[in-house]
Write a protein that binds this ligand. Structure first.
Ligand code: NAP
Ligand code: FE
Length: 362
């Protein structure tokens, strides 16, 4: 067994300003990577700029990362980072800018290369990355993954390189401006990471330790998620759960619900957490049907009575999503050609099983 999380994690009020000298110590010029508005709205960008200015560190801002970032956007940002001499990268926002920061760090470091290296099995270094999350789902602040939209294969996929952030500064205040729907969707993404990592061929006692404790921390927020009313404690617990979930998937990867969700997001624009959530009841039911060891313990840790109770919760939180039959065909054929995701399921999985997982939600 192996447990390896090299990221230095600070989860506390004022994390960015409290650790400004550590952030600034990573280089001379930062490329700060954000989406169009949330980094400003949450106050995360102000904190990052103050942290850098207090330490006389130069920076460039790239604020054009879209949801489910594309390879084209990564290359655009990397071009700016290269030409202006950035030597470390700070990602601030949800999973999209945080993932983008890792891929950009790779492309700036390997300055004479083209985008072809993103998906090649090469051993390459990246510039140091700092992550500041403003959602409570992806755990990207501790994972080595960077999921990008790939138009060439019409889905999303993590780049081939494992880029762990050097530093993660987690502060619940950045969630306060988020609409309830975003907190719910991203909390369901974290739940997906916990479930898919726990029921996974690559799971070990160490990774399950992270999953089970993450489930326990996640569970106390059930009422808040159902009512859409959150306190500072909820934000802190959901962030803790999502970071633990990130540590779990760093060791195991995700499984079928994530693999299927990428098609739904690519083809139908369904936000990530929602797209994952639709497939979780079917995945859990599949584990129950196959008498998977740990099923009862995991369901209880998440605060549910059984798969039915779990499904009721997901339906209440995601009332407005549906899957069309042509998209089912597309997902099934795509996932059947994805050996990594199929092998992550701890029981042999046929095409019929996958259809069962998808249709379970209907
Ligand atoms: P996101 O795509 O980063 O952001 C979704 C939307 O929420 C954006 O419009 C964003 O605005 C806004 N937003 C973010 N924080 C906000 C806040 N505090 N208040 C108000 N609005 C806010 O959402 P996400 O669900 O966190 O990330 C999804 C991405 O992460 C997907 O690409 C997914 O594949 C990836 N992911 C990565 C991992 C991993 O291990 N690396 C795991 C799971 C998912 P702006 O555009 O203005 O920022
Ligand atoms: Fe996810």
């Amino acid at each position: 067994m192996k447990f390896y999380i090299p990221t230095e994690v600070y989860h506390e009020d004022g994390a960015v300003l409290k650790h400004s000298s550590e952030i600034a110590s990573l280089g001379r010029k930062a490329l700060v990577v954000t989406g169009r508005s949330s980094a400003v709205k949450t106050g995360a960008l102000d904190d990052i700029i103050k942290a850098l200015e207090d330490n006389n560190t130069e920076y460039i801002l790239y604020d054009k990362i879209e949801e489910n970032p594309s390879v084209g956007t990564i290359m655009d940002a990397a071009g700016i980072g290269r030409s202006q001499g950035a030597d470390f990268v700070i990602g601030a926002g949800g999973g999209s800018p945080m993932d983008a920061a890792k891929a950009i760090a790779l492309m700036v470091q390997n300055r004479d290369t083209s985008e072809d290296i993103l998906y090649k099995p090469l051993k390459l270094k990246a510039l140091p990355v700092v992550e500041v999350p403003t959602t409570c789902g992806t755990g990207s602040e501790v994972t080595p993954y960077a999921i990008l939209t790939r138009d060439d294969i019409k889905t999303k996929q993590s780049i081939s390189h494992k880029i762990y952030p050097v530093l993660a500064c987690i502060d619940a205040k950045y969630l306060e401006s988020a609409p309830a729907g975003l907190i719910i969707n991203t909390a369901i993404d974290a739940l997906g990471h916990l479930v898919e990592s726990y029921f996974n061929t690559n799971a070990t006692e160490y990774s399950r330790m992270a999953s089970l404790y993450g489930m326990e921390k996640w569970a106390v927020n059930r009422d808040a998620l159902e009512t859409g009313k959150f306190t500072k404690d909820n934000y802190n617990q959901l962030l803790f759960a999502s970071t633990l979930a990130g540590m779990a998937i760093s060791h195991t990867g995700t499984s079928l619900p994530h693999g299927l969700s990428y098609y739904l997001t690519y083809n139908n624009g369904v936000p990530h957490g929602k797209a994952v959530g639709i497939f979780l009841p079917g995945y859990l039911a599949f584990m129950e049907k196959n008498s998977m060891p740990g099923y009862k313990e995991a369901v209880a840790k998440m605060g549910f009575k059984d798969t039915r109770d779990f499904t009721g919760f997901i339906k209440k939180c995601l009332p407005d999503v549906c899957i069309t039959s042509d998209s089912i065909e597309n997902m099934v054929s795509g996932i059947m050609q994805n050996p990594g995701k199929l092998l992550s399921v701890p029981v042999k999985t046929s095409e019929e099983d996958i259809k069962g997982i998808i249709n379970y939600y209907k």
